[in-house]
Design a binder for this molecule. Structure first.
Ligand code: EPZ
Length: 418
């Protein structure tokens, strides 16, 4: 397994090209299976989660042509077949194929995703949304078995919480439900709005995506389509922390300020400056880092996917920061590893108290989940001496060429291939 060797202490200066959003790409690959016509997706990030999602699409019989700048998915001849637990176990997002397959074929069998490092992550709201549209769903032998012999019918779906995945499942299924579907308490994440934009390009009739209330008219008359996905706001926020934690200055091209309002607010409280540029935005930090209090919330609140990265920044800021994780029940896997680097962090349930200011010192650390892993990279950039990060495959799931992007900005980083 690859490892990363980082020697900290340098200031990062330069430009980082922000890739397409992983969490926009994954549902759009699933959405391609709704239509018998080709869907061309440009701006897919070169990350392993996208590779895996495309390989599952192929398992259903989709033809996938991929090059550096565009991927075409032709689902003209797919069949609805079961995808193994082993496949779904490795990537939860494959549950997003459930809605499209049920909507298109009237039946679908997708393995119930297990939990993952950050929590149980059930899919009850996905299942309830499909049942509201008229599907019959049973769980047997670890499989979600869904059927809708008479087809799906438009309905009012009230989500118990603004779940991103459940909103996406409801949205995709509703495109083939007869009549109007109203999704209430929908997730407002930019990736949901981007999925709606992709479905609209394919021929769907959707209004209100990006708000708490989405209306869909079905069934959809599909057409060949092309869609350019949004840039990854989590990658952008991660590199913004890299600039702030090293006291440097980075231009993040393709990043969109309007998707990062809550993040920029905290960056400025902590002593960084953020300004728009004609290619994206510039993040810099010249003065001292200051502590901040953070509570993760559904969009437009502070994103849970940047909690670990900002906790690392807080470790280097004078003063005490209080961080509360409200979305997942176990998203502090980075804490023991940060403590190994010299951080002073105390946990009480889903709250963390970070006493910042002590210098971090390099050590051997272990990556655990995608965002915890990148917080270790950020800590290593600020730590004195050498840090070795093991199990780098976690990083490759969601960050495109992170070692070369950081090296180009002056980081002393190399990938050690086993
Ligand atoms: C999406 O996961 C993202 N993944 C996550 O990013 C992100 O952290 C999360 O949204 C929140 O923003 C993708 O888009 C592929 P949720 P998702 O449904 O859809 C509970 C990353 O690092 N819940 O909004 O799974 C769930 O357990 C990943 O890129 C139910 O209880 O998130 C969680 O506690 C990590 N029942 C909370 O809701 C359900 O049916 C939010 O989950 C669905 C969710």
């Amino acid at each position: 397994m690859d490892r990363l060797r980082i020697v900290g202490g340098g200031r990062l200066q330069g430009t980082v090209t922000i890739a397409g959003a992983k969490n926009a790409a994954l549902p759009q690959i699933a959405a391609a299976l709704l239509s018998p016509h080709p869907l061309e997706l440009t701006n897919l990030p070169q990350v392993s989660d996208v590779d895996n999602m495309l390989s599952v699409a192929r398992l259903y019989g989709a033809r996938v042509e991929r090059n550096a700048h565009s991927t075409t998915i032709d689902a003209g001849d797919i069949v609805s077949r079961e995808v193994s637990y082993d496949t779904v176990r490795r990537m939860r997002a494959t549950v997003l194929f459930l809605g499209p397959l049920l909507a298109r074929f009237g039946e679908a069998r997708v393995s119930l995703p297990g939990g993952c490092a950050i929590g149980a992550r059930p899919v009850d709201m996905h299942i309830d949304a499909l049942a509201t549209l008229g599907a019959e769903i049973v769980i047997e032998n670890g499989l979600i078995v869904a059927s809708a012999r008479g087809g799906l019918k438009g309905a009012r779906i009230l989500l118990g919480a603004p779940s991103v995945g459940a909103t996406e499942t409801a949205l995709m299924a509703a495109t083939m439900a007869v009549g109007e579907t109203e999704i209430v308490n929908a997730a407002r994440e930019p990736e949901v709005a981007d999925l709606a934009a992709c479905l609209t390009a394919m021929g769907a009739e959707i209004e209100g995506a990006g708000t708490h209330r989405i209306l869909v008219q079905g069934p959809t008359g599909w057409q060949p389509a092309k869609h350019h996905g949004i840039a990854d706001r989590v990658e952008a926020g991660t590199y913004a922390v890299a600039a702030a934690i090293t006291g440097g200055e980075l231009e993040l091209t393709n990043a969109r300020i309007e998707n990062l309002a809550a993040v920029i607010q905290v960056l400025e409280i902590m002593g960084a400056s953020v300004r728009p540029s004609n290619r994206g935005l510039v993040v810099a930090r010249g003065g001292p880092l200051r502590a901040a209090d953070i509570v993760t919330e559904p969009y437009p609140g502070f994103p849970t996917d940047l909690q670990a990265q900002f906790m690392t920044l807080a470790c280097c800021a004078a003063g005490t920061s209080h961080i509360r994780e409200t979305i997942f029940e176990n998203r502090f896997m980075h804490v023991p590893e940060l403590v190994r680097l010299g951080a002073d962090i105390a946990l009480q349930g889903t709250a963390a108290t970070v006493r910042g200011g002590a210098a971090l010192k390099g050590a051997q650390v272990m990556a655990t989940d995608l965002r915890a892993s990148v917080s270790l990279v950020l800590a290593a950039l600020a730590a004195e001496g050498e840090t070795i990060i093991n199990r780098v495959y976690h990083l490759d799931r969601g960050y495109e060429q992170i070692d070369s992007k950081l090296a180009q900005c002056g980081a002393e980083i190399e990938r050690l291939r086993d």
